[in-house]
Design a protein around this ligand. Structure first.
Ligand code: XCC
Length: 653
């Protein structure tokens, strides 16, 4: 798969910095990807390293059709079949992804409770309306209690979801009735978040669960504990504590860095530290300190999903997505790369050594050899954040010669929470998904796609995202984006209302009437649960069936690489969605397991997995699925009849 001639990126800033890295003799992921091909046995899910008698390798080999004789030979030392091995590997990845989102959710919940108890100076309960709505939903008494009292109880109830042993996760009640019945019938309604992760690890231990269908049922249950559990708790409480996102204008790409200011990038996933950095970087004392060191001010930017969090709530610019993290250092202008958890490449340490950049770890769960560790103290966030920014300022005078900041940057509008979409499409006083549903029914909008996930160094950076999404909007499919996928589209200028020029006539008319881009940024990867909530609201507002699986919607992660992406994909499939992944598929070593995921799951959940690396074919498959759902709903004819005269356009406004 490693192809020497592969174009590395479609992003000009990225290409400029890859070339600078080569000139500076600095190794980056792009170069390492050329030198090391992925292991073909691991890539197809045919390597079992669960015990010390192995690793056992049972490869099928690409494009090979297996005979019964071959099949008998494909066993590990313990007799584990290729199916068991592929399914175990798949389940373990889902468990790791679920654990990552959910451990994030747990930290947020703990900080939320401490804030509500008044133990934290710096954080507060910002969104009263969302707090009260959640309290009502959870049966927490409101009466004349203070927001802090209510929030404490809400936080304690949700913290209990992680260690719960019996029953069902509380947020499952949000799903359509039909969906909950499916989960119960299949026995995949998650009980407690931690319990499902632990059980997944137990079942995949040597000599436990050895039936691939059963292993994949636990995959569904574990993933649902992520989407309707850990991730959803994180998003809800972050919104209440830091503010519900609303549309905000900002900029993206390495060009947001500044030559004459202290450049600080916050990279990772959790918003608590990032929130505080955003606040203290404007503190007059800190700004004066920066000036005393010869800088004009402090320029804070984000990277990966932490970037999405502070972009949506503070308009803080984004320096780049996953594959750009080392390149931000290569500019020679980055004074501190501050990291928390997840998607932080260890390669940053080596790159930082070649320039003056200080790599600062801030979370005791994620230290990096050679980095400076400055623990972020959530009980004293202001002082912690100030100390980190001061360390960056102190490093400003150490910049070396040869700084090059690419001039590329694009405007973007982000901050489309589930509530915002509701208001924008439904109006302030009648917030509802009904107008969206109506536009789907009348065919102006053909359907809705969620395009999410990472960058992957095995494909041209950002290329698959952009080609796929352009094809979708050209065909009147409204696209909701999160994570690094959102950043890819923003860099190409699609995340502003002018992006509607790439949309088909129907979608364009709706975007122009409402004043929204044809691709909406919904936030970080934990915020994919906003798409679950939006899909459920579409079902509840009527006209599009009675379950998520009836909706003309589809999802994709065209450049995925992380285990979290698999957890997300599986919770969407188990919630009734059609989900397509690009790049590579991790169970191709077993036809049975792959067929189960790609075919049988549709009969079980109404949603299914699929794999397609080519972005145009991927779009075709998603559109075909959307059209099939339209047909089943009896609204395919409406689309054919649509003609856009002036009167219809006026109707939209
Ligand atoms: Fe990581 Fe979330 Fe993937 Fe980007 S999209 S590479 S998981 S930062 Ni979440």
């Amino acid at each position: 798969m490693a192809d020497e001639k592969k174009v590395k990126s479609i992003d000009a800033a990225t290409i400029e910095m890859i070339e600078k890295a080569a000139k500076d003799n600095v190794s980056t992921i792009f170069e390492r990807a050329d030198k090391m091909a992925p292991c073909p046995i691991g890539a197809e899910g045919s390597c079992c390293s669960q015990c010390a008698m192995g690793p056992c390798r049972v490869p099928l080999g690409r494009g090979k059709v297996e005979t019964e004789e071959d099949k008998k030979k494909r066993r590990g030392l313990c007799g584990a079949t290729a199916e068991t091995i592929a399914a175990r590997n798949f389940l373990r990845k889902i468990a790791a992804g679920t654990a990552s989102h959910s451990d994030h959710g747990r930290r947020v919940t703990q900080a939320f409770i401490e804030t509500a108890r008044g133990h934290v100076k710096g954080f507060e309960i910002k969104d009263e309306q969302k707090l009260l709505a959640l309290a009502l939903e959870l049966g927490v008494k409101i009466g004349d209690r203070s927001n802090n009292e209510i929030a404490t109880e809400v936080g304690e109830i949700l913290l209990g979801e992680f260690g719960k042993q019996e029953g069902e996760l509380l947020f499952l009640k949000r799903a359509p009735t039909k969906r909950r019945e499916i989960w119960r019938k299949l026995g995949v309604a998650p009980r407690g978040i931690d319990r499902e992760v632990v059980e997944a690890m137990h079942r995949t231990h040597m000599g436990v669960d050895q039936e691939y269908e059963n292993l994949l049922l636990q995959g569904a249950r574990c993933a649902l504990a992520d989407g309707w559990g850990g991730s959803m708790i994180a998003t809800e409480l972050q919104d209440i504590m830091f503010g519900n996102p609303a549309p905000v204008l900002s900029q993206i790409n390495l060009g947001v860095m500044k030559e004459d200011e202290v450049n600080v990038i916050i990279h990772g996933h959790e918003p608590a530290l990032a929130e505080m950095l955003a606040v203290v970087s404007h503190d007059p004392e800190i700004v004066a300190y920066a000036k005393s060191k010869g800088a004009k001010g402090i320029n804070l930017a984000g990277m990966c999903c932490t970037a999405n969090e502070i972009l949506m709530r503070h308009g803080v610019p984004i320096a780049g997505n996953f594959l750009q993290q080392e390149l931000a250092i290569v500019t020679g202008a980055l004074d501190a790369m501050v990291v928390d958890v997840q998607c932080i490449m260890q390669g940053l340490g080596e790159v930082a050594k070649c320039y003056h950049t200080k790599l600062i770890t801030t979370d005791d769960r994620a230290k990096i050899q050679g980095a400076v560790h400055m623990q972020f103290d959530e009980s004293n966030p202001i002082e912690s954040a100030k100390a980190i920014i001061k360390a960056a300022i102190d490093n400003f005078p150490n910049r070396k010669a040869g700084v090059v900041i690419p001039k590329y940057k694009s405007d973007l509008i982000a901050g489309f929470s589930h509530e915002t979409i509701n208001y924008l499409l439904g109006g302030m006083f009648r917030a509802s998904y009904k107008p969206l549903n109506d536009n789907i029914i009348n065919g102006r909008i053909r359907g809705v796609a969620g395009v999410v996930g990472c960058n992957n160094a095995r494909v041209t950076h950002d290329d698959v995202h952009v080609k796929l999404v352009k094809e979708l909007i050209k065909n009147d499919v409204l696209v909701l984006l999160t994570g690094c996928a959102a950043m890819a589209l923003a860099k190409q200028g699609l995340m502003v209302p002018e992006g509607a020029q790439y949309a088909g006539e129907g979608l364009r008319s709706v975007c122009e009437a409402v004043g929204i881009p044809p691709v909406l940024h919904l936030g970080a990867c934990v915020d994919n649960c906003r798409i679950l909530v939006a899909a459920t609201a579409m079902v509840k507002d009527g006209g599009l069936g009675d379950d998520v699986s009836d909706l003309p919607v589809a999802g994709a992660a065209p450049e995925w690489m992380s285990e979290k992406a698999l957890a997300i994909g599986q919770y969407f499939v188990s919630s009734g969605a059609y989900v397509l992944f690009g790049v590579t598929w991790p169970t191709t070593g077993s036809k049975e397991v792959t067929d189960h995921l790609f075919k049988d799951m549709e009969k079980m959940y109404g949603g299914k997995w699929d794999f397609e690396p080519d972005p145009i074919k991927m779009a075709e498959k998603m559109i075909a699925h959307i059209d099939a759902k339209r047909k089943a709903l009896g609204i395919d004819k409406a689309r054919e009849r649509v003609l856009y005269d002036m009167e219809m356009r006026r109707e939209l406004t």
